[in-house]
Structure formats: C-alpha cells, structure tokens
Design a protein around this ligand. Structure first.
Ligand code: SAH
Ligand code: SF4
Length: 411
C-alpha cells in the first residue's frame, strides 16, 4: 500500500504555504555562526556585543530543537522574536508531495523559489528506514551538468545549484516529518529504526554532482555535522561523486565526510562512454585521488558504486578488472542494479549475472555488495530522482524494483 499526501490541492497547500519559506525574507538556515551573527547585527536588531550569544541561541533552536518559527524560541524576548520575524525566516520549504511506501521508504517533492530569474524548482529527497539506521538521500543541484549515459538526471539540464539552506532544508524537513527532533512524536505507523535517531545517516546521492556545488555542499555538511547542532557524525555522511578529481582531496580535508565514487567501469574506453567526466579526469587520476583521500583505513573506506548494465560492464572479466583496479585501497563495492527509465538503451543485468559478479567480488574479500531494493511501490530512486516515475513503463520487474542506494556510511 502506498500512502500519498497529495498537497497539490489548494486547501491542503494553504496550511503549508503559511509555513513555507517566503521568498522575500532571507533565511537564517545555512549560515555559519559568524554569518548568522553578522546578519543579526546588519539588520540592526542585535548589538555587536551580543552577536555571538544570539547566534548561539538561534543555532540551538534551529538545529538542536528543530524550531521552524521564531515564536517557538521561548528564551528570546517577544520583542526580539517579532523583530527577527520582520527581517528573517527559519521556515521550511514548500512540500508539494510526500509519498510513503509500504516498506517505510518516503519520498518528498520539494519546491524552492527561483532565486533570481526563472521559475520555482522542484527536487526530491528520499528516506530509507532499516533495522539499525535511517538514511536520507539528499540532492545538491536541480539537474546536472554532467551527462552520464545511464542516468536520467544526466538527460536534464542543470537548472541551478541548491543553496546551503536548501540542502539543509531537506534534512530539517525530513526530521520534522519523522518526529526526529526532541519532544516531537513520530507519526502513527511510521516505519523508523527501532532505536536511535530516525535520520541517522545521510548520503549526497540525489540529483546533481555535489562537487560541482562545492561551497554550498561544504557549508551544509559542516552544519549537519556540527556537534552543538544537528550533530550527525561525519562517518555517517557519504558524498558521492562521479569523479571531480580536483575537489576530492578538498572534500576530505575541508569537509571530512565519507567518500563514494561512481566508478561503473574499470577501463577508460568504457568509462568515457558511461561517465563522460572520465575524459577530463581519467581513471589513473581518479584512483590516485582516492588513494590520497585523507584518513583512509579499514574502518574508513571509500565506497565504489558500480551500476550493473547488461552486456556492458557485467562480465567476470569486468569483475576481475575491478578488483585489480582497487587493489590496496580500503574499499567497499556497491553493485547497483540499473534502474531503467523511459528512453534509455541500457538494460539491467540478469539477476544470475549480478550474483555471479557479486560472488567473485565476495571471494576477493569485499562483503555484501548488492543492496536490497527499497521503496519499490513509490519508485524511490537515489541517483535518478525527479524522473517521470509515474509514467515509467512496467518493464523488467526485477530492474524496476532494483534502484537502491549505495554506501550509507557506518551502520
Ligand atoms: N552525481 C553524483 C551523485 C548522484 S548519483 C554521482 O554521480 O555520484 C548516485 C548514484 O546513482 C551514482 O553512482 C549514479 O551513477 C547512480 N545512478 C544514476 N542513475 C542510475 C540508474 N538509472 N540506475 C542505477 N544507478 C544510477
Ligand atoms: Fe550527474 Fe551523477 Fe547522474 Fe552523472 S550519475 S549525470 S554526475 S547525477
């Protein structure tokens, strides 16, 4: 059974619209502490000497308590709350739709304001609950400049980068909806991990190439992992890149999260076709950047994502090539059954082929590489978000079910 809250009707939307971030007032979400203080002083509502203290106070309300309205910030005077509300917002974005799969997977369609010229944009965020963890798959861009040939997002032009606020808003709203802030109730019947946080892990594996939106992604992830705020361990945050080599070292040094590489091929000729950024940064450079990733150890490995494409990259020769290529790198391999989309020429490998490939990899010492498909009834698909899933043909059942997310970080 799929539960769907259709928020496209006028009545249902009015209530949310009132709460939804107004495009006119700047948001305080996504600013560093210093920027937050500067914003308050700049608006003339907080004296310079109080900037630090007020910034800290707001930080706590926004990121520890998850408050999305100044009125809820109870230890701030009424007058100051009114002033804050006049100049700024901490509201959540508009949710166009929330879908809940029978296995607990959730998918939200968010609408963000245009930010300058153009139209409002929509992106999707997916939540996948498991026994011991709940993973949120977050988008970093609307569309993508890259054109990986098997990826539906790759057929869409880049519309724009998401701001740090919009990247964080996906996490904050998911936590709202799951009752994952202190003193909040989890909705009746919601499927969430048995204990601990409802959103315990995040993966930057939604739409877009996060390393082509480096500054905003960095800001958002540093706030998400701030120990006095959202407090997610960097071990539980995974950033997936198609291989923007110059930013990989910076990702380790400046953000310090877990890394996933969309590898998909083990020789340059094939990778040039599948992941065209390979022409700019070929495998040799990519693998060298991986070897140099700071802090690698058996406890902190790089995840290599490998999409299983029938008769393209799924032979035992390919599996051998993969093991050879990754030799000496602390690595996890995630095999992703290809998720077809209307118009693609690729097919998902047969299940037996995937199993054989997986066996070879297991024997070489890499554990459990195929992830179980989730959210099949709502077609929740990381790496392929905002596709026209409703219009998708019911082709190969196996493959349709098969989209999953790779490399969640630590359990
Ligand atoms: N742009 C980044 C992050 C988003 S994609 C990147 O490319 O790494 C997340 C993962 O899903 C990537 O490994 C991507 O290659 C994979 N993916 C994209 N489309 C897919 C599809 N149709 N089927 C299976 N995996 C897909
Ligand atoms: Fe962009 Fe990643 Fe899709 Fe490639 S796989 S087109 S980098 S979103």
């Amino acid at each position: 059974m799929t539960l769907s809250f259709d928020l496209t009707t006028e009545g249902a939307r009015d209530a949310l619209r009132a709460r939804a971030a107004s495009a006119e007032k700047p948001s305080l979400i996504g600013l560093t502490r210093a920027e937050l203080g500067e914003a308050l002083v700049g608006a003339g509502i907080v004296p310079e000497r109080q900037a630090k203290m007020r910034a800290q106070q707001l930080w706590h309300w926004m990121y520890v308590r998850g408050v999305s309205d100044f009125a809820g910030m109870l230890n701030i005077s009424k007058d100051l709350r009114a002033e804050l509300d006049k100049h700024f917002t901490v509201a959540r974005p508009e949710i166009v739709e929330e879908q809940i799969s029978s296995d607990g997977t959730r998918k939200w369609l968010f609408r963000f304001p245009p930010r300058g010229a153009g139209r409002p944009v929509e992106i999707e965020t997916v939540y996948i609950p498991e026994e011991g963890r709940g993973t949120l798959c977050i988008s970093s861009q609307v569309g993508c400049t890259l054109t990986c040939s098997f990826c539906h997002t790759g057929t869409q032009k880049l519309v724009r980068n998401l701001t740090a606020e919009e990247i964080l808003a996906q996490l904050l709203t998911a936590r709202d909806r799951l009752g994952d802030f202190p003193d909040r109730d989890t909705p009746d019947g919601a499927i969430v991990p048995a204990e601990g946080r409802k959103v315990s892990n995040i993966v930057m594996m939604g739409m877009g190439e996060p390393l082509y939106n480096f500054e905003a992604v960095k800001k958002a992830l540093l706030i998400a992992s701030d120990g006095d705020g959202l407090s997610l361990s960097k071990r539980r945050i995974t950033l997936s890149t198609s291989g923007v080599v110059p930013e990989i070292l910076r990702t380790g040094e400046e953000i310090g999260v877990m890394l996933a590489i969309s590898l998909h091929a083990t020789n340059d000729d094939l990778r040039d076709l599948l992941v065209p950024i390979n022409k700019k940064y070929p495998l040799k450079e990519l693998i060298a950047a991986c070897r140099a990733y700071p802090g690698l150890s058996n406890a902190k490995r790089i995840t290599f994502e490998y999409v299983m494409l029938k008769d393209v990259n799924d032979s035992i020769e390919d599996a051998k090539g993969l093991i050879k290529l990754l030799k000496g790198i602390p690595a996890k391999i995630n095999l992703i059954p290809f998720n077809p989309w209307p118009g693609t020429n690729y097919q998902c490998s047969d299940w037996e082929t995937i199993e054989k490939f997986a066996d070879y990899i297991n024997n070489a010492g890499y554990a459990s590489p195929i992830r179980t498909p989730r959210g099949r009834d709502i077609l929740a698909a990381c790496g392929q978000l905002k596709s026209d899933s409703e219009r998708m043909r019911k082709v190969d059942r196996l493959a349709l079910e098969a989209m999953m997310i790779a490399g969640h970080g630590e359990a």
